[in-house]
Design a protein around this ligand. Structure first.
Ligand SMILES: [Zn+2]
Length: 150
């Protein structure tokens, strides 16, 4: 599959630099614990750049190949006790002895988001959220809203 969208902004391109955001191929320098642009999750979501790091989450810009739209991909990544070396594997590794903390944290992560979207879906029919487990941790997707900055 040829992917004809900019890996930085996911607008259509025919080559770099990107006419929409000016991104030059190779300019993005991900940390060793971040998933690399172009990684595909669940055979559906293409990983782009990291939009922000939160205390227990990495938030990626993603591309939903099914709906053909941008999404935010939230990865549960509490860096106090989760590690990943992308040069070795996409899988995360929990520090020894922290497995129970990780498991309960992951459940809270899902539960918090599930409750939030339960409320949201009553007012907004287009809530596009999916939860799934991959790479030894959890993910959820949400609609990408570029105007919302935290
Ligand atoms: Zn771009």
């Amino acid at each position: 599959m040829k992917f004809d969208r900019c890996i930085y902004c996911f607008e259509p391109i025919s080559g770099y630099p990107c006419p929409s955001c000016g991104y030059e191929d190779g300019a993005y320098m991900p940390l060793a614990c971040w998933l690399l642009p172009g990684t595909i999750l669940k055979g559906r979501y293409v990983i782009g750049r990291v939009l922000r790091e939160e205390p227990c989450e990495l938030v990626y810009l993603g591309w939903d190949t099914l709906r053909k739209q941008k999404v935010e991909l939230h990865e549960y990544y509490p860096k106090e006790y989760l590690q990943r070396d992308i040069t070795a594997s996409e899988d995360t590794v929990c520090l020894p002895g922290k497995e129970a903390v990780f498991e309960s944290g992951l459940q809270q992560f899902f539960e918090r988001v599930r409750l939030y979207y339960q409320c949201m879906s009553r007012v907004d029919e287009d809530v596009n959220t999916e939860f799934f487990l991959r790479n030894g941790t959890g993910y959820y997707t949400k609609a990408y809203s570029p105007e919302i900055k935290k």
